[in-house]
Design a protein around this ligand. Structure first.
Ligand SMILES: [Zn+2]
Length: 93
């Protein structure tokens, strides 16, 4: 693979020559990545989502959906706190 002369050490860590990290199962980085891509429903076979976005294999939309009720409750609480009191109190005197 050609290196970018302006960024010779750029790119993915596993692209750097001699880097042979393995996980506890003895899988190489390439094997781990392939497995993550295979398990992921969000990206194509190269690990990219639509619009050339690199996939982190985390379904952020699903996480947001799971916490939606909690977020809505907190927003309602904040809104209630910020709302002016319904009774007008005369503070001028
Ligand atoms: Zn993915």
């Amino acid at each position: 693979m050609m290196r970018d002369p302006y960024e010779p050490f750029g790119g993915e860590p596993d692209d750097i020559a001699g880097f042979t990290a393995q996980d506890l199962d003895g899988r190489t980085v390439d094997e781990q990545r392939a497995a993550a891509i295979a398990d992921c429903q969000l990206c194509d076979e190269n690990g990219y989502r639509t619009g050339a976005t690199r996939c982190d294999h985390i379904d952020h939309a699903a996480i947001a959906e799971r916490h939606r009720a909690e977020i809505a409750a907190q927003l309602a609480e904040i809104r209630a706190r910020k709302e002016p009191p319904t009774e007008t109190t005369d503070r001028s005197s």
